[in-house]
Write a protein that binds this ligand. Structure first.
Ligand code: FES
Ligand code: FES
Length: 167
């Protein structure tokens, strides 16, 4: 039997306090309770990467976490990648420029995965990016423009890294 558990977390910079069903996955919680439907659900068992978000700065598959496990964490979803609501971040702008999406289903997970990588490793080369992207399945197979877009956006992450002095 499931029960409701009070949790407090920060989502895209906003503190949220809610009761979460003890059996609800984090991705369902984000989509159904917080109405953040940018995070997609594909395989529901940790393989496709569509549900990837950042939890305390790490790329995490939100279908593999229960909502109560996110208590006390700081989460960033694809909706939080821009500098302000309705504005695109460097990765999103580069994806648009390079037509790095087709149906777009995998795109939120790829954007969050790439954001985590470039934040931690702003000098990641093409091989490293390919390696990390191997965990995100794009059934439209548009990997080349995806790689080109991430390489272009990398400059923004490098500049930010040099400006703040942190990776
Ligand atoms: S839906 Fe989570 S990895 Fe596929
Ligand atoms: S753009 Fe269609 S699954 Fe990736």
């Amino acid at each position: 039997m499931s029960e409701k558990i009070d949790i407090t977390l920060t989502v895209n910079g906003e503190r949220r306090e809610l009761a979460a069903d003890s059996r609800m996955t984090l991705v369902d919680f984000l989509r159904d309770e917080l109405k953040l439907t940018g995070t997609h659900i594909g395989c529901e068992h940790g393989v496709c990467g569509a549900c990837t978000i950042l939890v305390n700065g790490e790329a995490v598959r939100s279908c593999l976490m229960l909502a109560p496990q996110a208590d006390g964490t700081s989460i960033v979803t694809v909706e939080g990648l821009g500098p302000a609501a309705g504005e695109l971040g460097p990765l999103q702008r580069a994806f648009r420029k390079h037509h790095a999406l087709q149906c777009g289903f995998c795109t939120p997970g790829i954007l969050t995965t790439a954001h985590a990588l470039l934040t931690q490793e702003p000098d990641a080369d093409a091989d490293r990016i390919r390696d990390v992207l191997s965990g995100n399945i794009c059934r439209c197979t548009g990997y080349l423009p995806i790689l080109q877009a991430i390489l272009e956006a990398r400059d923004s992450y490098r500049e930010r890294s040099h400006a703040t002095g942190s990776p």
